[in-house]
Design a protein around this ligand. Structure first.
Ligand SMILES: Cc1cc2nc3c(=O)[nH]c(=O)nc-3n(C[C@H](O)[C@H](O)[C@H](O)COP(=O)(O)O)c2cc1C
Length: 239
């Protein structure tokens, strides 16, 4: 039990370059996919397909795709950033601004500014360095019974993600969720490149690899008493 908690607590996003010379171990990849396979899904829908990209030329090609900066993302991201470690430690929620390019850390970015915004250069190098990129697909036309907006199906995809993240971590493999591959124009290009059928969508992507540098960074979480309510909402003392 304690070991599982330790594993959960020590897993962290590997927003680092991976060792480009180190290929994915076949057995490790199999274990990660096995973890996905046994994830709980609403109505046991198993509502996912996974494309494993481990061909270096293809990773290179994906890294060439243009990842346009979204004005909505930059604006909403700014609202939630912390600008110092002290601020982040106090808030216990969100991420540190220094993770993003300087031009993304500008209050009230205007549409005309967006052209001048840098493309995040890290993402391209990060994709190139990956031992494998797992692209998880789902069919938005299929849904868990009576689940409006397929809320339960989406939650299920989160279970698939977490199972894979924990398995990768337990094997010493760095894992990084990359949401930008699901963004409209990027997704369109990837669908064509990877021959993804029209009716499927990219839910999320995971970069996997063996970290070339430390993945350590300041990670914060709310205290249990900050999000638990005993017997009625607002009554603290859950733990
Ligand atoms: C659905 C989802 C989408 C995410 N998208 C990204 C992403 O696009 N880029 C990124 O660097 N991290 C992404 N993350 C990672 C979170 O930012 C990260 O889990 C959170 O900041 C906590 O940090 P930790 O994973 O190191 O504990 C995503 C996580 C989830 C669950």
């Amino acid at each position: 039990m304690r070991e599982l908690l330790k594993l959960i607590q020590t897993r962290q996003s590997a927003r680092v370059l991976f060792d480009p010379g180190r290929a994915m171990d076949k057995n490790d990849l199999h274990a990660i996919l096995e973890a996905a396979r046994w994830a709980p899904t609403a109505h046991n829908m198993q509502n996912f397909e996974i494309i494993i990209v481990d061909n270096k030329k293809l990773l290179e090609r994906i890294a060439q795709v243009k990842f346009p900066t979204s004005l909505a993302f930059v604006r909403e991201n700014y609202q939630q950033l912390s600008f110092s470690e002290e601020e982040l430690q106090r808030k216990k929620v969100g991420i540190l601004g220094t993770m993003f390019p300087l031009s993304w850390r500008k209050p009230d970015v205007q549409p005309e500014d967006i052209l001048a915004l840098e493309e995040n250069p890290f993402i391209k190098k990060a994709i190139q360095s990956s031992a494998a990129l797992l692209i998880v697909l789902y069919d938005p036309q299929r849904r868990a019974p009576a689940s409006e907006g397929d809320f339960l199906g989406i939650v299920s995809l989160g279970c698939v993600m977490e199972n894979m993240l924990l398995m990768a971590h337990s094997l010493g493999i760095g894992c990084h969720v990359v949401s930008s591959l699901s963004a409209g124009p990027v997704q369109k290009e990837l669908k064509s490149l990877l021959k993804i059928p029209e009716h499927l969508m990219i839910a999320f992507s995971l970069r996997l690899g063996y970290p070339a540098s430390t993945t350590e960074y300041l990670r914060v979480r709310r205290d249990i008493d900050d999000f638990t309510h005993r017997n009625q909402y607002g009554k603290r003392g859950g733990s």
